[in-house]
Design a binder for this molecule. Structure first.
Ligand code: EPU
Length: 338
């Protein structure tokens, strides 16, 4: 384990923010992770996975531990199902592509989501009608205080929309080291109902899609709509879609009859934050190197040298404008690290 000093994190966060870690170490297995967590000479520690869901605002005055353990194992299978344990440091999209190559179904709608597998449960990643929790079995995590390994069942994780135990009560208390998924080997449960997927499949004249066709459709939709972090720094959706009550919704829809919405339950409705932000005139706007993506207003981007402070300032301006126009509070989905 080599500890580096004043190490730039620019290539370790998908926003591409150039802040420094006072100390930095990459760990490639659980023992190294435990050793790093035990280092008494660095009392402050910060865990970094794929860096795809965070906005770094300042230098991090701590030992940054980059979790980079790799590997995947089939732990059980029958003719219909397979259970796979994946190490936290595996890149999510590469893992999804591998499952599709093996003919395993369940993750295809979540193709091309940036980040690592170990941090995917933290915000219960999701896309095109499917969430991580749908195929999640359990994960193992190390308690940062006593270094004990604990297994978390799906229930323990308390998954919600872009939410989990690891983002609420368990925040900063555990480091996820591996995740187990249950996938299908045949009779895959396909989710093609999401409008954009239907359109994409129709365009390609595919009537009986395979999991590979769905993955390709999702990749094509995402490539068209969402910026590639390798080209333009970003963290995917910067905001969550706000959920409002039925009476708020009735009021809202009277004033804005053409607004898109999803009914979450009898008493709750989700309004796409991208639509709200676009209505406020921010789509495609650029303020220095900080901007709002041209094709999806939910995504904030770093064109080159924006600071975390500048991106955060833009986020606050947007939150205020949306509230002033619609009376709806939107909240960041990404972790803002100050
Ligand atoms: N819309 C606009 N303007 C915009 C963006 C969206 O009017 O600039 C409208 C669209 O026309 C559509 C609606 O808003 O009617 C929904 O848009 P979209 O299908 O693009 O989905 P979203 O609700 O904006 C969510 C996720 C995305 C995920 C897509 C597809 C959240 C916060 N975001 O976006 O997740 O890819 O659905 O499932 O729930 C991410 O989390 O990083 C992410 C990209």
């Amino acid at each position: 384990m080599q500890i580096k000093k004043d190490f730039s994190l620019k290539n370790f966060n998908t926003f591409g923010i150039d802040v420094k870690a006072r100390f930095f170490v990459a760990v490639t297995n659980v023992q190294e992770l435990k050793n790093a967590l035990e280092l008494k000479e660095y009392p402050e520690k910060f865990i970094l996975g794929g860096g795809s869901n965070m906005l770094l605002v300042n230098d991090i005055n701590a030992l940054v531990i980059h979790v980079n353990n790799k590997g995947k194992t089939i732990i059980s299978e029958n003719d219909k199902h397979v259970k796979i344990k994946v190490m936290a440091g595996e890149n999510w999209h590469q893992f999804v592509l591998w499952t599709i190559e093996q003919g395993f179904g369940g993750l295809e709608n979540m193709s091309l989501i940036p980040g690592n597998t170990g941090t995917a449960p933290v915000q219960n990643i999701g896309a095109y009608g499917v969430e991580l929790k749908d195929s999640f079995v359990c994960c193992e995590a190390i308690n940062r205080e006593n270094l004990e390994v604990r297994e978390f069942s799906k229930e323990d994780c308390k998954f919600g929309y872009r939410e989990s135990f690891f983002k609420s009560e368990g925040k900063d208390a555990f480091v996820i080291t591996n995740v187990t998924f249950a996938l299908t080997k045949r009779d895959h449960k396909l989710h093609t109902g999401y409008g954009a997927i239907e359109e994409e499949l129709q365009m390609q004249h595919i009537v009986d899609p395979s999991i590979k066709d769905i993955s390709n459709a999702v990749i094509s939709i995402r490539n068209n709509k969402l910026p590639d972090p390798k080209e333009i720094g970003n963290s995917g959706s910067f905001f969550k879609n706000p959920i409002i009550t039925k009476s708020e919704f009735e009021n809202f829809t009277k004033k804005h009859p053409t607004a898109p919405f999803y009914k979450v339950s009898e008493s709750a409705y989700k309004i796409p934050a991208g639509w709200l932000i676009e209505q406020c005139g921010f789509k495609g706007k650029r303020f220095g190197d900080a901007g709002v993506h041209t094709k999806q207003a939910l995504v904030l981007v770093n064109y080159d040298k924006a600071t975390g402070e500048e991106i955060l300032g833009l986020a606050h301006t947007i939150i205020k404008a949306v509230y002033a126009k619609f009376g709806i509070s939107i909240q960041p989905e990404v972790n803002v690290i100050k």
